[in-house]
Write a protein that binds this ligand. Structure first.
Ligand SMILES: Cc1cc2nc3c(=O)[nH]c(=O)nc-3n(C[C@H](O)[C@H](O)[C@H](O)COP(=O)(O)O)c2cc1C
Length: 211
């Protein structure tokens, strides 16, 4: 089993990274492979909403000047996905937002490949806006029928200068608990895959409230 973690922070090794690494170490302790993809420092353009991949069904975003299609395949191959961001104006940092809009749109419109994978959202923040940022991240996981791993509080860690988050004892514990819970969910999923059929996928009803 494998978990892919998307680091949405501009800096490779900052508080977001330390939060993800804590979760990763708990997963690895339980024999689950852990892979980190650093997206936050790449040039990722925003979604144009062209929907070309919907017609083509080729699992590919039209804009391939960034590694989005490669990242998508890595996420598709994983059993669990962690998405993370630092906080910008109480929201998800821009590069990560562009990445999420595109990768989840491609996945959802080509067969919903992330469906029933185990997912978790993680946030690093200096002071405030952690909850609203985590809320936004959770919207991606919840829209696509992912199984949310949770912890003993919101999955938020506090820190400003890199590695300061390691002094946030409560935040560290939240990430440890999250890692353990995620591992347990993954194992449950694996152990029951031949005995407990997954709920059938439904044809999505789409209305604009009235039509
Ligand atoms: C453009 C910008 C906006 C920010 N907005 C917020 C904010 O709304 N709330 C906050 O607590 N910190 C804010 N910060 C600080 C970052 O979230 C902060 O760096 C945080 O510690 C993330 O940890 P990391 O970058 O070490 O992973 C902002 C930083 C920048 C550059």
């Amino acid at each position: 089993m494998k978990v892919v973690a998307i680091n949405g922070n501009l800096h490779k090794v900052a508080n977001t990274y330390y939060a993800i690494k804590i979760i990763g170490s708990k997963l690895e302790e339980k024999g689950i492979d852990f892979e980190l993809i650093h997206v936050g420092n790449k040039e990722v353009r925003g979604c144009m909403g062209c929907g070309t991949f919907r017609m083509m069904q080729n699992e590919k975003c039209t804009y391939s000047t960034d590694p989005i299609n490669e990242w998508f395949q890595q996420m598709k191959d994983a059993d669990g996905i962690i998405i993370s961001s630092q906080v910008y104006y109480s929201g998800v940092a821009g590069t990560m937002k562009s990445f999420l809009d595109r990768v989840f749109y491609v996945s959802g419109s080509n067969g919903n490949f992330f469906r029933l994978k185990v997912g978790a959202a993680v946030v690093a923040v200096r002071r405030t806006g952690g909850s609203s940022t985590m809320d936004t991240l959770n919207h991606y996981l919840a829209y696509f029928e992912m199984m949310l791993a949770t912890s003993s509080y919101w999955n938020i860690i506090h820190g400003t200068i890199p590695s300061e988050a390691l002094q946030d004892a409560e935040g560290v514990q939240i990430m440890e608990v999250l890692g353990n819970n995620m591992a347990w969910l993954l194992k449950m999923r694996e152990m029951t895959k031949n005995t407990l059929p997954a709920p059938a996928k439904v044809q999505k009803v789409v209305t604009s409230f009235i039509r």
